[in-house]
Design a protein around this ligand. Sequence first.
Ligand code: ATP
Ligand code: MG
Length: 560
Amino acid sequence: MENEERPKSFIRTFIDEDLAAGQYTHVMTRFPPEPNGYLHIGHAKSICLNFGLARDYKGRCNMRFDDTNPVKEDVEYVDSILNDVRWLGFNWEDRLYYASDYFEKLYECAEKLIVSSDAYVCDLSPEEVKAYRGTLTEPGRPSPYRDRSVEENLDLFRRMRAGEFEEGQKLLRAKIDMNSPNLNMRDPALYRVKKVTHHRTGQKWVIYPMYDYAQCLSDGIEGVTHSICTLEFEDHRPLYDWVLEKLNWPSPRPRQIEFARLNLEYTMMSKRKLLQLVKENFVSGWDDPRLPTLAALRRRGLTPSSIRLFCERIGVAKKDSWIEIDWLEKAVRDDLNPKVKRILAVLDPIKVVIENFPQEVVEIVEAPYYPDEPQKFGFRDLKLTREIYIERSDFEINPPKGFFRLAPDREVRLRWSKYIHCHEVITDSTGQVTELRCTYSDEPRGLGQKSGKNGKKPAIIHWVSAAHNVRAKVRLYDRLFKTPRPTGDLQNELNEFSLIERQSAVLEESMAKIEAGQRFQFERLGYFIADRDYTDSERVFNRIVSLKDTWAKIRDKVSD
Ligand code: ATP
Ligand code: MG
């Protein structure tokens, strides 16, 4: 399925052209996360893209941490990121790198830029730097420190490294063009003072390189050929090229290519927002199955292959857009469908007493686990007894038009078994249905009921024996936000029904001996996974995805 035919992406066209022109003889990419949060499905797109290109062009893809901003970084994130990339199915072999490994080399390059008069130490305060930069409509003004001598700059830069200056007092800046229409070229910062401990280099450094400066050089040092990043860096590309050019970087130099980041409807990828959701307890942690983090999707039960399939299907584009969540859900269903057994489970049970079914009888039905190809996963015995459970939503006391399932004086078929006809409804003092009294027959009786699509065959519903079953707790996950394109207003945009717990679900008896991590289709309900905390005494399942778009189902609730 992962080899579905798809048009060639513009990135592959670029690479093919570069190879044909002899610009490069091989392909080398990298995935460069900043270890300041957990990876999310947007990162998966970048991972699949970079590692996928390396695989298809028989090249290599490096794993590199862009750890140039020690304030927000942490080893906890490093570990989780490596784990997630591995889980997605990609392998960097022995090529795990850190931008911090290059700090000495980056420092030497900065001295070279000073010596060639392409960089200078600036004493303007952060506010002044901003004011001098100008705007999109106004040119910038040169810093009064722009024309310092090479000697003075070298001396000041070395003293910056030695810790003689405080944060905000001095900045190393590229000397480019304060009139450039591109703000990124108006003497951008290359190094700033930051007196913080780095998770790898400790207190060795008190100056840290800026992202733009570190990224192109890290790529250059590793021999990256195609440096793929998201669109917001398009305007940074001239700076990327400028740094390598000014340093006379040997050819072939890396080529930066930008693509549109993934925006997925009903969720948010911003690390800041994800952190807020976790820290303010809107969700239970980084792996709360409602989040778009890979840790959460893993716990929810998504397979790595379904995420790869999704990434492949959405492709890469040059223009930002939003992807409908259905694309992800469909990829998950398409991936799981041929891989898992189908079983019967009732999440919100109502008891049905089949009055003409003798108390002591257990009728065995041999049912295939995979109806389309019965031999695939074999068969199990279902046990029909006098008392069974059916889904509360499969019964309506006053059925609306278009409701074809069970109702008073109507008939349905039990999956793999008999027809039942409801002749009595028992309710409690609040009007809640507590029990249905039915009679069975081996053939539909057509007893004046109107069930069945187009008035034809009765609808088929799922059921579980009340005498032979296992109890479970089931968590039904839904979209985290109720607005398709959330802005981040957590008070108003979160979906209050994103988690519904069913405490007393019943599963067919064959589910008595399963293990954490096993996935199933519960017929008519969706795909489920035994949670990682599943035990024989606490059976907990997570719904991975429903069988169809449940929201569409709500829209046309009347059609079954
Ligand atoms: P954020 O802006 O949320 O902090 P980021 O882009 O800074 O995310 P990084 O850790 O720098 O996160 O990202 C690592 C790589 O993943 C980068 O190459 C980035 O372009 C890519 N990436 C991040 N978010 C997405 C996304 N939504 N879609 C595609 N690629 C992404
Ligand atoms: Mg980033």
